[in-house]
Design a protein around this ligand. Structure first.
Ligand code: FMN
Length: 179
């Protein structure tokens, strides 16, 4: 069971459905005595990975001077990583993808992360729109050797806060407690 969780939340809409799902996850985790460090990555300055390979040569240090070091430092102290995002065009948001690409230094200098999970919201009523994001979670877990702790997905959401009262908030609380 995890004790220190990093949650990267990729929605640019503060207080929206994804933030509410993330808040429920955090509530469940904190009630179970875990600590969660939340990064709303859309509010951070995170550039795209430039593929220079510096992090391979220099012990996991990135050349770019932006906000990613604080995220990497937190992940290097965490035993679980949770990625939250609305679905934008069948994937996670560009803001979250930027952060995920910048996890490249964790290939050369491993983090103690044991498991990962996702929290997703989408407008479509069909869960199939989540396939791309869930595939990425699976492959990330394979690549980094993390257990896949699964995902909570909430569909058919458009307006800010529409997720209120939905059962997926309970599912996220449960995942937070159990991860
Ligand atoms: C730019 C953009 C692209 C979107 N693309 C999709 C999509 O491909 N499939 C889908 O089901 N919903 C899509 N949506 C809807 C959002 O995923 C959905 O409303 C989500 O709950 C918004 O989360 P938020 O409240 O955290 O912003 C899109 C929304 C935006 C703004």
């Amino acid at each position: 069971m995890s004790k220190n969780i990093v949650l990267l939340s990729g929605s640019p809409r503060a207080g929206g459905n994804t933030d509410m799902l993330a808040a429920a996850f955090i509530e469940g985790a904190v009630s179970a005595g875990k600590s969660v460090k939340l990064f709303r990555v859309a509010e951070l300055k995170i550039g795209g990975c430039v593929g220079c390979g510096h992090c391979f040569l220099e012990k996991g240090v990135c050349v770019q001077k932006d906000d990613i070091p604080q995220v990497l430092t937190a992940i290097r102290q965490a035993d679980a990583l949770v990625l939250a995002s609305p679905i934008y065009y069948w994937s996670v948001t560009a803001q979250l993808k930027l952060a995920i690409d910048r996890l490249y230094p964790l290939i050369s200098v491993k983090a103690p992360v044991q498991r990962a999970a996702m929290l997703l919201t989408c407008g479509n009523k069909s869960e199939s729109v989540n396939e791309g994001a869930l595939f990425m979670l699976k492959r990330l877990c394979d690549a980094y050797g993390w257990d896949n702790a699964g995902a909570v997905t909430a569909a058919g959401l458009h307006e800010k806060g529409e997720i209120a009262g939905r059962s997926e908030l309970d599912d996220a609380r449960k995942l937070g407690g159990e991860i």
